[in-house]
Design a protein around this ligand. Structure first.
Ligand SMILES: Nc1ncnc2c1ncn2[C@@H]1O[C@H](COP(=O)(O)OP(=O)(O)OP(=O)(O)O)[C@@H](O)[C@H]1O
Length: 302
């Protein structure tokens, strides 16, 4: 039986009169990889900060390993949070960070950390303040992986990491997770890149959860139908439309829900093209039409 690691109910965080996280309910189960996704300012970091005891909720119930995180040091010791711009003491080198890590993380694997330093080609004796942006991110990624914490949060961990380094991260994460299952929460804008890693998706928009589903169910849960405008309109007439574009006599409409064999035959008869919608495209449809900067870069690069 799977164990519930996090239980949040009506969880709310306000900054003055602004509600950053608005009465969200969710659970995180053990041994799963979650994607905590959403546009800039959606509330992802705020949620992770409440889960890791760095922020107090204004309202709602929150249990991590069965307890309130902010009040229990033993709960905090079972977690690792890697922030987007992780800070370290001024004069530290990466070697200092990795030597002190076992004090904070009881499952720390020094040999694995050593391997990762070489994979990321990290100059471990160089002062942290002299490292490049990507090298600094690599330090955080190594701590997050080698800590093997039961509950690990990566909050947009790879600012500045190049494509090769990001794929090293994904590969090592998957391989190590297979050998040492734990609960991992990944918050990122590079959704297509991490899509294959995710087992469950929680999508936040303006402080609320708008999708909380198994990643396999989400993948292929929407389809884009393209072709002659009149044919597309007749095909989608009774379906849930989540996005549409039209150009002259042509139209492309994204619909929610799976298509069965009869739908596919009908589409073929109408001369329509059907294409599965990627996780990233679906999220763009669900949270608005504007892409944020990272997604745009990725689409342009693809
Ligand atoms: N200390 C604060 N005071 C006031 N508002 C804040 C504070 N911290 C965060 N916010 C606001 O709360 C909202 C949620 O912020 P949060 O950092 O959780 O978003 P996010 O989903 O992690 O965004 P991003 O993807 O850009 O990192 C934002 O609108 C942000 O401006």
């Amino acid at each position: 039986m799977t164990r519930t690691v996090v239980r949040a109910s009506g969880l709310t965080k306000r900054y003055g009169t602004f509600t950053a996280v608005d009465a969200v309910d969710f659970t995180l189960e053990e041994h799963r990889i979650y994607g905590l996704l959403g546009r800039n300012g959606a509330g992802k970091t705020t949620i992770m900060q409440m889960l890791t005891g760095q922020l107090f909720p204004n309202d709602g119930e929150l249990e991590v390993f069965g307890r309130t995180p902010a009040e229990h040091a033993d709960v905090l010791r079972r977690m690792c949070f890697i922030a987007e711009s992780q800070r370290y003491p001024e004069d530290f080198t990466p070697a200092h960070v990795f030597t002190s890590a076992p004090w904070f993380f009881e499952n720390w694997d020094a040999a694995f950390a050593e391997q990762l330093m070489s994979d990321f080609r990290l100059p471990v004796k160089r002062r942290i303040k002299k490292l490049s942006r990507g090298q600094l991110s690599a330090v955080g990624v190594i701590v997050g992986l080698a800590s093997r914490a039961e509950l690990t949060f990566f909050d947009e961990p790879y600012l500045g990491l190049d494509a090769v380094a990001r794929h090293v991260f994904y590969d090592r994460l998957l391989a190590d997770y297979a050998e040492h299952p734990r609960t991992i929460v990944l918050s990122t804008h590079l959704i297509d890149e991490v899509s294959r890693l995710l087992e469950h998706v929680i999508l936040i928009d303006q402080g609320r959860i708008i999708l909380n589903r198994d990643a396999d169910e989400v993948r292929g849960s929407a389809t884009t139908v393209a072709g002659a405008r009149a044919a597309v309109e007749s095909f989608v007439a009774d379906r849930a439309v989540i996005g549409q574009e039209a150009l002259g006599g042509l139209a492309s409409v994204t619909i929610d829900g799976r298509l069965d064999q009869r739908d596919r035959i009908l589409a073929a008869e109408l001369g329509l093209e059907l294409a599965p919608v990627s996780l990233q495209q679906l999220i763009v449809h669900l949270t608005g039409t504007e892409l944020d900067a990272d997604s745009t870069e990725q689409e342009v690069a693809a």
